[in-house]
Design a protein around this ligand. Structure first.
Ligand code: APR
Ligand code: PHB
Length: 391
């Protein structure tokens, strides 16, 4: 087999890359380890930055999002039972957000791939990257019991944090920056009307978040110890813990119901540098992970794909490698901006098990400052909205 760009991984990063490349007349093959049903069953974050919304719309992927998504202007923060305050991102930086689940984006991407008859191979096994630092890289794998050899010009590693692509970068080239947080998020999805805003809570019992997927689908999270077991969390226990972390008027407004999904996620920040080695380019979770606070993960995957697709399109249309050569540095500037924002929000909003009295007081005064200062709110709004793309 032969293609221009071999894309490893059919999550949002891989499928979006193949979609945009196709619009620029660039051929690709997507190699996905899991079944389509499995990929579509994953519940992930669902708040899209303006830049992400723009990329989806500009590439013909905005129709259902504009119909079903919930546009909003910012988020609320509440702590220790006090009154909540609103970070008005629209007012400060004239950008908005869209609540629209990653699962729905993944469905839209598969539908678009079917419409253009894209080469998306599911359930491929034993993917190996060969000769990535030469002019003739290739990818080998097994599919339907046969061994396949895929020649290509470039390889896009979009295979998430546990994928194989990053491992193809030699250890003496790769630099890793990593931080693990001493708690996880227990999340549920329920077919109940959400609160009208996204509301983050910092409470002595721990962090909580009220979010949404649609007018009839709510997403809620509570901070939980890393070793907590999902079996120990009945729906009733979850709802009472969630409500205990919000002030009474908000707790009373939460509509409870049976959960349709419940999961625990650890929190980690991870960045690898560079995001390119030879003909291999990493995008999305393959290169970086952020804690979910701030919902930056999917947005970063989209921004990497925006830069990478633009660079590959420039190469195939007029032979220029300037954008490809600048990809890693340019993508990493946006990555680090969001890594910093999600780290800041994680520190601001969670209760850390080992926090000293000093740590606790400074966190409270940081929240006080944010609540009372227009400048602090403007600074957070700018970061929460995400950087504009570089030219
Ligand atoms: N070969 C082929 N495919 C692989 C391999 C492999 N060895 N390893 C992993 N994959 C596939 C996974 O099955 C998955 O479908 O790569 C895909 C990676 O998708 P994601 O993990 O969703 O990562 P990405 O596309 O970068 O999406 C960005 O945003 O909200 C965040 O973390 C969240 O997944 C989300 C991410
Ligand atoms: C979500 O809806 O899953 C979500 C929303 C906001 C966040 C993180 C996750 O900061």
């Amino acid at each position: 087999m032969k293609t221009q760009v071999a894309i490893i991984g059919g999550g949002p990063a891989g499928l979006l890359l193949s979609h945009i490349l196709h619009r620029h007349g660039v051929d690709s093959v997507v190699l996905e380890k899991n079944s389509r049903a499995h990929v579509l069953s994953r519940i992930r974050a669902g708040v899209l930055e303006q830049t992400t919304v723009d990329v989806l719309r500009q590439n013909g992927l905005g129709t259902r999002m504009d119909r079903q998504g919930h546009a909003h202007d910012g988020m609320k923060i509440v702590w220790a039972g006090r009154e909540s305050f609103f970070i008005d991102v629209k007012k400060h930086v004239n950008k908005r957000f869209m609540a629209y689940g990653q699962t729905s984006i993944q469905e839209d991407l598969f539908d678009a791939a079917d419409r253009r008859n894209a080469k998306v191979l599911s359930e491929v096994e034993d993917v190996q990257l060969v000769d990535v630092a030469t002019d003739h890289p290739c990818v080998t794998f097994r599919h339907n019991g046969e061994s396949v050899h895929l020649d290509c010009d470039y390889i896009a590693g979009c295979d998430g944090f546990h994928g194989v692509s990053r491992k193809a970068i030699p250890a003496n080239v790769l630099r890793v920056f990593e931080k693990e947080y001493p708690f996880g998020w227990l999340g549920i999805l329920s077919e109940t009307p959400p609160l009208p805003d996204i509301i983050y809570a910092n409470h002595p019992r721990g962090f909580a978040l009220a979010s949404m997927r649609s007018p009839t689908l709510s997403r809620y999270y509570v901070q939980a110890p890393l070793d907590t077991k999902i079996e120990d969390w009945s729906d009733d226990r979850f709802w009472s813990e969630l409500k205990a972390r919000y002030p009474k008027e908000l707790a009373d407004a939460i509509v409870t119901g049976p959960s349709i999904e419940k999961s625990i996620a650890p929190l980690r920040s991870f960045v690898c540098e560079p995001m390119r080695h030879g003909q291999l380019f990493l995008a999305g979770d393959a290169a970086h992970i952020v804690p979910p606070t701030g919902a930056k993960g999917l947005n970063l995957a989209v921004s990497d794909v925006f830069y990478l697709s633009r660079a590959l399109a420039a190469f195939y249309s007029h032979g220029s490698t300037t954008l490809l050569d600048g990809y890693s540095e340019m993508a990493l500037r946006r990555v680090w901006s969001s890594v910093r924002t999600s780290w800041y929000l994680t520190n601001l909003l969670h209760r850390f098990p080992q926090a000293s009295d000093f740590d606790q007081r400074t966190q409270e005064f940081e929240l006080d400052y944010l609540k009372s200062s227009h400048h602090a709110q403007a600074a957070l709004a700018e970061q929460y909205a995400g950087l504009a793309f570089e030219q």
